[in-house]
Write a protein that binds this ligand. Sequence first.
Ligand SMILES: *[C@@H]1O[C@H](CO)[C@@H](O)[C@H](O)[C@H]1NC(C)=O
Ligand SMILES: *[C@@H]1O[C@H](CO)[C@@H](O)[C@H](O)[C@H]1NC(C)=O
Ligand SMILES: *[C@@H]1O[C@H](CO)[C@@H](O)[C@H](O)[C@H]1NC(C)=O
Ligand SMILES: *[C@@H]1O[C@H](CO)[C@@H](O)[C@H](O)[C@H]1NC(C)=O
Ligand SMILES: *[C@@H]1O[C@H](CO)[C@@H](O)[C@H](O)[C@H]1NC(C)=O
Ligand SMILES: *[C@@H]1O[C@H](CO)[C@@H](O)[C@H](O)[C@H]1NC(C)=O
Ligand SMILES: *[C@@H]1O[C@H](CO)[C@@H](O)[C@H](O)[C@H]1NC(C)=O
Length: 824
Amino acid sequence: MERGRAVPPPWRGPWILCLLPALAGGQPLVASEAAYEEWQVTGVRGRAVEMSCGLVAAAPPAVVFWSFTPRGEGPPRALAVGSGRDVVVAPGTGTLGRVTLRNGTLELRELRVAAQGRFLCQGLFPERGRLRVGYAAVLLRVLVPVSKPFVRPTAAAAAEGAAVALTCTVREGTEPLSFSWQHQEPRGGPSVSPVGLRGSGAELSLTPANRSHTGWYLCTASNEVNSHTSEPVYLDIVYGPDEPAISVEPFSPEQGGFSAGEREDVVLSCLAPSNPPSRYVWLHNGTQVHVGQTYVIAAIARAQAGTYTCLAENTHLQTRTQATIVLTVYYPPAGSPSCSALATGDLQDVALRCRWLGGFPLAQLRWVGSLEEEKEEEEEGVMGTSFSMATRIQPGVATRNGSSFSCLASHPALPQGAACGTTLWVPPGSPTCAAAATKGDEYVMLQCRWEGGTPPVTLQWRDGGGRALGDPTPSTAVLVLSTEGSLGGREFVCAAAHPLRAPGPDCRLRLEVPDLEAASEVAVLEGGEALLTCRQRGTSARLSATVAWYDPKEREVTQGLAKYRLEQGEAWLNLTVLDAEWPGDSGIYRCTATNSVGTASLPVRLRVDRYPAPPNVTISKLRYTRARTEVQLEWRTQGTGNLTGFMVQRRQTKKPLREAPSPWETAAGNIEPHSRDRRLGGLDPAVLYAFRVLAVNHRTAGHPSEVQTPAEPPFEAYPAVTGAAVAGMLVATAASLLAVRCIARHRETLPRLHDLLFRTAGPGAQEPVDTPEDAEAAASGEEEAAPAPGEAPAPSTAAEPLSAPPGTTDDPPADVTITATATP
Ligand SMILES: *[C@@H]1O[C@H](CO)[C@@H](O)[C@H](O)[C@H]1NC(C)=O
Ligand SMILES: *[C@@H]1O[C@H](CO)[C@@H](O)[C@H](O)[C@H]1NC(C)=O
Ligand SMILES: *[C@@H]1O[C@H](CO)[C@@H](O)[C@H](O)[C@H]1NC(C)=O
Ligand SMILES: *[C@@H]1O[C@H](CO)[C@@H](O)[C@H](O)[C@H]1NC(C)=O
Ligand SMILES: *[C@@H]1O[C@H](CO)[C@@H](O)[C@H](O)[C@H]1NC(C)=O
Ligand SMILES: *[C@@H]1O[C@H](CO)[C@@H](O)[C@H](O)[C@H]1NC(C)=O
Ligand SMILES: *[C@@H]1O[C@H](CO)[C@@H](O)[C@H](O)[C@H]1NC(C)=O
């Protein structure tokens, strides 16, 4: 409150004088000493303000008079008059507030703006028994508090870059007003005064607006009375989308894009700042594949490689941006790398080859050597890297047998890589040569083998002069030769070559006719088995030959003949002559072998030997037993000689006629060598028999004994009756014998009778023959003759005469001993 002195205003109202009589006390009025004071009072609308008339400390005036000049202009208007407790307030003061007057002090409650103006008081102040006149003027200012401000943006939403202004307005408030601004992030956060913004007055200018201006705005308006803050107002700055940023998970950037291994899960994320937030669309090779910010490709396939475009759209602004990346999908080649080792053309070096085709990107291949050789390769190591195929030339001389080499493959889709390997080695030994003929012997095939080794051994046929025949081939070399040319005796060489073994070994082959070996003569005792062997010599390079045996009559011996047994081995063919006959089986047998080069033949002489002649035999006793159907025979041997048994033969005596005698029949064979007698039964009592005995050594029969007829048994044992009967029979027998003899002598003239009588008993009766030998014997034996020593009687033809040895003359009927028997 400002107090000041001012020139006393002129006396204006006579009405106050009418109060004077009401002044109590009747004290003298001192007008000359009137005081004047003036001060200022500030009030706030709606509140209260007190204005005292004069000094508050002083005694209150006895009479006070308040008047009011609105805004200090125009005539004053009486407000109130007071004297002591009597107070009169002029009517119509309500426009200033609620006016009260107490003890000279004017109080305005609920102050109104209209109360601004000049208040004048005039009072009579009792002072030392007299009344002193006082004046006071109070200049009242009525202040209006600021009302709640409002923030008004030029637009609730604006695009980035546009000019945006926010205005803070207050309805009322005493000037001067001041404004302050606060900004809050859209999603909360501290309120901050926007910095660097032009105009901190009632208007906040955001020019140009950018995204950081988005958020809540508050303004605070202040004057000297108060300050008031507005409600927050949201300002939305729409923008974007910005250029999208694409991120790829897993993160594997590379030149010009990103990469992923096949079957990996790939996550593509796109971020394009925008308000409102972007709508995202993913395109693969230009085709929409996904809507949304994040595109997850589970287990990516190689066809999912290509370009990926992220389209971001601000639907509010209808603006779009896009970004594109190239995504490469790596996949390894199929299978695994393959290693091989080949000999180079000159067979000096080994070409190590490694292949692994396909995949993306191509696999990187590199050869590395065995550990000890690794050192010197270090520098060369990276240099030798190549794609899909890697070749390394390894000099053969510098490579030990058994050296290992590996081909290492690396590929981005194979973290652990892959490898294959090979070990260079030479097979032990040397090549083997063999020859074989085609069926029909038109061609000869030479085969050379030496298997094993890495790389395989290279084989090539050459002729004896070193000229190459055919192409070099691995492990086996085959040469086919026509047998039309003369191959016999030509030499062929199979040369082997291997880079790790120089010079290589070879094998040789000479084509030759079969070389046979056989004993030139074989001897066998008759009845035995003769083994004729025939073997091919030279086992290697043998052309398969056809081996055959021919008998002395040049007939080929085939399987299944009773006389022969053929046994065949790998290199031999043995002929066994069964039951060797003397002399028929003797002779020259031939073993032949034929191969495509020629035929070889080897004669083998078979000698069938006879056993030594058995000793001569003489009959020491021959007589009938009591019955004439049985004889008792005893004999003895003469001289030395081995024997295996005896044989007794008999025949009917045909005497007295000189007819051909009946043949000898064996009455008993197989008599043990130690026996010297025999009882022979089964005789016809009406027939007279002649007997002889032969010693036998195996099949060789000795000289027959002399021929004898049995003697009569001792007389006393012979009944007379029997003798008479026998005598009668003898007469008849003698007569018939004479007749037979006559016919035999005149057989030319009496052919029919001769035939009749001798067809069955004559030489013709010796047929049928069983064996050629039999036939031979039968042909030569017109009649019985004493067999030569060593003649072999066939046991199978025991009932027939012994065959004559070859060369025996066909004698006319020999003398036959006819023993006339008479009854004693
Ligand atoms: C007025 O003044 C008298 C005497 O000074 C005092 O007793 C009285 O209380 C005052 N009245 C008011 C309302 O102040
Ligand atoms: C936005 O504008 C203010 C000043 O107006 C500036 O300081 C700020 O860097 C701008 N922000 C952007 C993102 O442009
Ligand atoms: C996309 O393009 C890439 C490269 O041009 C191609 O390898 C891929 O197969 C394509 N994929 C499709 C589904 O078209
Ligand atoms: C080479 O080594 C292999 C084993 O690695 C062996 O079997 C072969 O006999 C060797 N060759 C020679 C010629 O030593
Ligand atoms: C055939 O003869 C050969 C000798 O040339 C011999 O080694 C082989 O054992 C003989 N075979 C038979 C079955 O006797
Ligand atoms: C055996 O008999 C024959 C003829 O009868 C005779 O030539 C030969 O000398 C005799 N041998 C002996 C050892 O008596
Ligand atoms: C008789 O045979 C034996 C063996 O069987 C032989 O040792 C002996 O020399 C033979 N005697 C004659 C005379 O042949």
